[in-house]
Design a protein around this ligand. Sequence first.
Ligand SMILES: [Zn+2]
Length: 239
Amino acid sequence: MLLRNITWKEAEKSLKNNVIVIPVGSTEQHGPQNPLGTDHLIAEKFAEKLDAVVLPTVPIGVSKHHRFFSGTIWVSYESFKNYLLDICMALKYHGVTKILFVNGHGGNTSCLSDIALQMRDEHVFVGIYEWWRSIPEKIVKKLYPENTAKYLGHAGSVETSLNLVLYPELVKMERAEDVDTTWAPKKFGGIITCETKEFTDCGVVGYSKNASAEKGKIIFEACLEELKNLVEYIKEVKI
Ligand SMILES: [Zn+2]
């Protein structure tokens, strides 16, 4: 149920005793083949499939590390956090006690964790779901048997495959690139700790050329099942 499509009378009934889902993402470079909206577009597709009340998508996040690529739009950590905290507090005002962020962008993660801790003190549970953490291991190994890590990076094969199944008209596969990054920013706390341009010229981190809609379908369905189970679990659990 999309909040933007229902009336306040319906919201009065639906908000209490329900899980409220907030899709969040970013508007940032995703290599030469993927749309800038990749992270929020994917989060939105997951959220729309859920048996929950779904808020409008928050499309711009913490993305300054991609700023050397045109079209990347970011807000500060503080702005993002305060904006989402205000949304959570508005939900609390309406009697909501269970919120789930469906996040499509790794750069938002620490901010969302901060919000969850702060809302805990307000007696509101805030969970964070991130699709790339929920792909079952056996599926990753089956699709990428030789080296899973290099396909999972930013704008890599996995993310591009999701776009190919969810938004095929927006992907320019002929421009996809395989990039051997020369150093591993993960060692230093992830790509958010440096400028993306320092280790990739085209914006892809890892390999993206073998992306396919078939892979995307398998990944999307497996992650969606995990997410649906999570929503059911949150519904049942006593806060
Ligand atoms: Zn992304």
